[in-house]
Ligand binder design. Structure first.
Ligand code: NAD
Length: 498
């Protein structure tokens, strides 16, 4: 950390936490009075007791969101005024970015410098980008005969429920909140039970930014209770979910069994990283491979978890990968040289270790790591792990591990690379490394994934869509102007002139 960098350890000790639910502009206890503990994954110790909401709280929050939507306190504000409020929210997040980064690291176990240098700037830029779009989206007049005026106008969809995962709590909440609020909707946010802290702080900042009571509500609680109640609520018009493919499927069922609400799903991935033998400089390639699978401890939906390398360069690439992976230090999220923090919870760590065992049993060879480390801290740390001799039909190549575990698979030619890359139920992202322009163009079109990054690991920026093919997504795209249309509906006005 630079000499003048904030002392995040100190900030974490003094940070003021919101622990109650936020409904209709006020922090309140849950209706049942119950609480649950949010745990620091790096120590296993409790950070705070948080209000545990369930169906009754969902009913209250949805009712508040509906009331303010019907009154029009937010949706009927001029686009310019809504833009000003949303920009103010972005400014407030920026003002509190050190505390928010400290909270995020405490709650998720991720390195605080990742939170500060990646999650926070991303959340702020996202809110600003969508705020700026508010007064630049035009509706259309359609081509008709001269006695007809036909307009196609956008309406907000109404009350949006959103259920958030634990890996990028603030950044993903901002990614949804931006376009939801830009459209004039109200929202009920259910953060993951493991990571409620930054969403609750965001609720306070939204109120401070002048967003009317009831427009933003935050309900900490469990998936099967609060999450399900939101998914099944008949007065929720749209449910936007990011999380596992399994739970995403439940939301389709909830919608089918309630009110056919619009469902938007951003789900898991098993992203391939294809390295062709024409690549000459391996240094940037191994840096990007490491970033793709080790950043965020591998708890990243678009993590590059399958390394597909052309056979004749495997030995050279793997040697460079191992050398570089060894420089990613595992440790205390608040230590300045830590690059791999703790996994989110004990159960998840056991799951990741279970996959490592399954890989060994199926005949893949561990060439780096493979173990829990730093057990004495009470935290849930797993070291960077690399498997060689993986076949694409093995469990470790087909299932999302969501940890710092890379599986190496070889291929002979570009056709085989594409075939292995596409041989998965997922289709969220892919990386391709090549110096050949023809291969770059052809392969990036042939891969069935929502984002293909060439000669880098990237999810793009706010201006480009993000979402999954196949079982990695459903119903829409995050980011870009496409994200706005997810939370709007089109109305045709057909007017006969006399
Ligand atoms: P998860 O599906 O277990 O939980 C996500 C959210 O769903 C949490 O808020 C949880 O409380 C809620 N939930 C759980 N069970 C529920 C139920 N029965 N009914 C209603 N809600 C329920 O996922 P996770 O473990 O928090 O996150 C990891 C997953 O998220 C990975 O699969 C990852 O790939 C995916 N993810 C995808 C993206 C993307 O943009 N595609 C981004 C981040 C994470």
């Amino acid at each position: 950390m630079a000499a003048n960098a904030p002392d995040f350890g100190q900030i974490a000790k003094s940070v003021e936490l919101e622990t109650k639910a936020f409904i209709n502009g006020r922090f309140v206890d849950s209706a049942s009075g119950k609480t649950f503990d949010t745990i620091n994954p790096a120590t296993g110790r409790t950070i705070a007791a948080i209000a545990e909401t369930d169906k009754e709280d969902v009913n209250r929050a949805v009712s508040a969101a509906r009331t303010v939507f019907d009154k029009g306190d937010w949706r009927n504000q001029s686009p310019r005024d809504r833009k000003i409020a949303l920009l103010k929210l972005a400014d407030l997040v920026e003002k509190h970015q050190q505390e928010l980064a400290a909270m995020e690291a405490l709650d998720t176990g991720k390195p605080v410098l990742d939170a500060f240098n990646a999650d926070l700037p991303d959340a702020i830029a996202t809110l600003r980008w969508h705020a700026e779009a508010i007064d630049k989206i035009y509706d259309v007049v359609s081509p008709t005969s001269s006695d007809i005026v036909s307009m196609v106008v956008r309406d907000p969809i109404g009350v949006v429920g959103t259920v958030i995962p634990w890996n990028f709590p603030l950044a993903i909440t901002a990614m949804k909140l931006g376009p939801i609020l830009a459209g004039g909707n109200s929202v009920v946010i259910k953060p993951a039970e493991q990571t409620p802290l930054t969403a609750l702080k965001l609720a306070r900042l939204a109120a401070e930014a002048g967003i009317p009571d009831g427009v933003v509500n935050v309900l900490p609680g469990y998936g099967e209770t609060a999450g399900q109640a939101l998914g099944r609520h008949a007065d929720v018009d749209c449910l936007s979910f990011t999380g596992s493919t399994e739970v995403g499927g439940y939301f389709l069922k909830y919608a089918a069994e309630s009110n056919l609400k619009r469902v938007l799903l951003e789900l898991g991935g098993k992203s391939p990283v294809i390295v062709m033998d024409d690549v000459d400089d391996l240094t940037p390639v191994v840096e990007q491979i490491a970033f793709g699978i080790l950043f965020s401890q591998g708890e990243n939906c678009s993590a590059g978890s399958r390394l597909l390398v052309q056979k004749n360069m495997k030995e050279r690439l793997l040697a460079a990968v191992l050398d570089h992976f060894r420089t990613w230090k595992v440790g205390d999220p608040f230590a300045p040289d830590t690059r791999v923090g703790a996994l989110i919870e004990e159960k998840h760590m056991e799951r990741v270790l279970g996959y490592i065992d399954a890989g060994k049993k199926e005949g893949a060879k561990i060439v780096l790591g493979g173990n829990r480390v730093l057990e004495e801290t009470g935290g849930y740390f797993v070291e960077p792990t690399v498997f060689d001799n993986v076949r694409n039909d093995m469990k470790i190549a087909q299932e999302e591990i969501f940890g710092p575990v890379l599986s190496t698979i070889t291929f002979d030619d570009v056709e085989e690379a594409v075939s292995i890359a596409n041989d998965t139920k997922y289709g969220l992202a892919a990386q391709l490394y090549t110096n050949n322009l023809h291969i770059a163009h052809k392969v990036s079109r042939q891969i069935r994934a929502g984002t293909v990054s060439v000669n880098c690991f990237s999810e793009g920026d706010q201006a480009v869509p993000f979402g999954g093919y196949k079982q990695s997504g459903f119903g829409g795209r995050e980011k870009s102007l496409l994200a706005h249309d997810q939370y709007l509906q089109f109305k045709t006005i057909w007017m006969q002139l006399r």
